[in-house]
Ligand binder design. Sequence first.
Ligand code: G1P
Length: 297
Amino acid sequence: MTSGRLRKVVFPVAGLGTRFLPATKVVAKEMLPVLDRPLIQYAVDEAVDAGADTLIFVTNRYKHAIADYFDKAYELESKLAKSGKNDLLALVQGTLPKHVRCVFVTQPEALGLGHAVLCAKPVVGDEPFGVILADDLIWNGNPGSGRPGALRQMSEVAARESAGVLAVEEVPREDTRKYGIVDSEAISERVARIRKMVEKPEPDVAPSNLAIVGRYVLPSDIFSLLEQTSPGAGGEIQLTDAIEALLQKQSVLAYRVEGTRFDCGNKLGLVKATLHMALQDPQIGQETLKLLRSLEQ
Ligand code: G1P
């Protein structure tokens, strides 16, 4: 894989978000807020931190909110400017840096994560790219805090080792059926070479409890492999299966990300992430702590 920063990042956002019904009847799962920012904002900030200037959203025909969110809000902005509410104006204008552009690609049918990523092929072209699953929020402090976000850490490993890189984390054995699971051999404290991977294995046949957690740095070779990938687990075209095929051609590394991961694809994970951010918030942190302590009694 070539060196340098990761210019393009794909966000598969076509899912139905059934775990959050009825809210997700009208609110896209990725627009659910963690404190005051939607999940997709955390993901986009992480991509920009990794150097991305082209964000590719793979969406479905019902999801317009994400495009609206990153678009200019003329009326709101002019109202805030006129009334001198410059702090709020900065927040509204700050969803996307000026040098970054968004591209929206439709996934015509819900055929799986692998298929969603394949839909981005014409925009990605022939260069390494990142994939972020926004419902896995990985927090390593605010971008700008000096600590690199998950995707930046991974792109540095990918450039250094000329390899694909997947973020991994140990999960309880009984949860292997929820994840892509890797069999790997350690190279260093955080990096391991992947030997094999399986999508959503039952705990008794899973090769380990090391799970892929929603971040990928991949070479463009993955697209031709995705085109040849047949439906796998759940009858869907799985990204994990295409990466397993990629292992025959080039090395793919598992990387234990520095940061805290919140699985915001389920209710408890979203609550945990919200509490974490609330506790760190300069305005409501102390009150949140008091509230939690009072609940303990
Ligand atoms: C997807 C991937 C899986 C990965 C998981 C991480 O599954 O297919 O390999 O471990 O994301 O969140 P999903 O959660 O979309 O079922």
